[in-house]
Design a protein around this ligand. Structure first.
Ligand code: C5P
Length: 223
């Protein structure tokens, strides 16, 4: 069974997806981390971000792994070709590089194929931008999770403070969120949009527990 959670940057998808997976006893897949890992490797290898063929080669050939820390139920570390990029994929450089990388159709094709392979192997909560529309259009539960841009920027700053990584300047974070929303929604290949049959959840004024509870209820009703 697949629970698809899509939505813009900073809507709380990662936190919610992990908690819902934990509640339901499902695994959890963060597809944004895969696009980030490809962008991170491209930057590290000095690849021109306008070189679609080189970006596609990384997406096709590089080995992306999600690793569990000892005793943790959910994967918390990401590696690409054996290099731990857990912190590196959350830097401002990767924030800026990831939208152009994810707009390349051949990059999407390669990563979507990997995501489908992973998700079909078990019960998964999968979070991203195009899960309900392109990766798992047959998902049993589809949620489009959003919140106002300002609320999302506040949450992202708090998260960056907690993780000691990324910008903690509110205006800078808000500008990045607005810029990525625009790029992700306007790209030709699988733009960010709610699936026609997705349940819309605006979490601006909701507690995270309410959001988690609402999605678990949808999943239990669909089981
Ligand atoms: O979710 P997160 O903010 O980590 O995603 C980073 C970027 O990866 C997004 O801004 C978007 O460009 C891209 N992405 C995507 N499709 C997905 C997940 C993420 O295009 N399914």
């Amino acid at each position: 069974m697949i629970v698809a959670i899509d939505g813009p940057s900073g809507a709380g998808k990662s936190t919610v997806a992990k908690a819902v997976a934990h509640e339901l006893g499902f695994s959890c897949l963060d597809t944004g981390a895969m696009y980030r890992a490809v962008a991170c490797k491209a930057l590290a290898d000095g690849v021109d971000l306008a070189d679609a063929d080189a970006l596609a080669a990384i997406a096709r050939d590089a080995r992306i792994e999600f690793l569990h820390q000892c005793g943790e139920p959910m994967p918390s570390q990401v590696a690409i070709d054996g290099r731990d990029v857990t912190a590196a994929i959350r830097t401002g450089d990767v924030d800026r590089a990831v939208s152009p990388v994810s707009a390349v159709p051949a990059v999407r094709e390669a990563l979507v194929a990997q995501q489908q392979r992973i998700g079909r192997a078990g019960d998964y909560v999968v979070e991203g931008r195009d899960i309900g529309t392109a990766v798992f259009p047959e998902a049993a539960v589809k949620v489009f999770l959003t919140a106002s841009a300002e609320e999302r920027a506040h949450r992202r700053v708090r998260q960056n403070v907690d993780r000691s990584v990324g910008s903690i300047d509110f205006d800078e974070v808000l500008a990045d969120i607005v810029r990525r929303d625009e790029l992700d929604s306007s790209r030709a290949s699988s733009p960010l949009r709610a699936a026609d049959d997705a349940v819309l959840l605006d979490s601006t004024a909701m507690h995270i527990e309410e959001v988690i509870g609402a999605i678990c209820e949808l999943a239990r009703a669909a089981q």
